[in-house]
Write a protein that binds this ligand. Sequence first.
Ligand SMILES: [Zn+2]
Ligand SMILES: [Zn+2]
Length: 339
Amino acid sequence: MRAVVVADEGFRIVELERPRPGPGEVLVKMLACGLCGTDVEKLEGRYRGSKPILGHEAAGVVVELGDGVAGLEPGDLVVPHHHTNCGECYYCLNGSPTMCPSYREYNFFPGGFSEYFTVPRFIVERGGVYRVPSGLSPLQACLTEPTACALRALKRIHDDKTHSYAVVGLGPMGITFLQLLKWRGSELIIGLDVNEARLEMAGRYGAITLNPQRGNAAEQVKRLTEGRGVDASIVAAGSPAALSLAITLTRRGGRVCLFAVPPHGSQLQHDLSDLLVREISIISSNAATEQEMREALELVSEKVVDAEGLITNRYRIEEFGEAIKTFKAGTGLKVAITP
Ligand SMILES: [Zn+2]
Ligand SMILES: [Zn+2]
């Protein structure tokens, strides 16, 4: 079987033996797997958050069950979660499940950009393999994990006093945020990007769009919010400049969610007194739990998240190099790999 793996030169498409599921494991035939910014960062050695295994936004069909697996059958269309938390450690018991030491310990083998992969027992046992409701295609279903991450980020910054939002960076995650905010009934949603094509797409999802390279975004946002700035900003572009911009768009006492992964070693250049004087909270959000996976699968099924609009490019495993080029060019939104 073909699989994409991390190599010294970035990635390599290799021919591997199809894995056999060990006790408690599930063998999945990949049907679709979204390309995430963290995959590209792993290829470039810029992401240190987890092991260099590529492809985690996967959907596929169960082919074979290891001994002792209950509740799944060969032929089931599933979305497996690539990480899960133990539920018993200090972090799990004290409100930081995605910081559980076991969370990043386990992953698909050899990864999601592979014709077949196994899901480890640790994840299967904890219910991290979800049956996809009928009527949902593998391409739609592979948006479950990124949607789950966005959902958890919103939970971390949202309360009933958060009425207006700015989303900085309108790639696939930024657009996902716009859709979730609209579904939540947010009163004002402003999307910012320097890419005109993406601004146009964001406009279609009901956001007011601004290009920070064409005018003073902070002033424009103030005009839209009676001079205050937005209640909360979401940083959906992985650069320190995006975080700094998000801070300037946010009202006194507001929240900024750091969602996109900045490159390892990058520094925030921002007047720190501004954070304190204006009482700005920066809250990061990293990954999602099984709770959000379940909720996200429901939202994807209900078409709250528009898969057709989001997935703009598809490539086969052997075209992985093209997929990376398209991702970097930023001409589309979500890039998905199919076998
Ligand atoms: Zn991802
Ligand atoms: Zn734990």
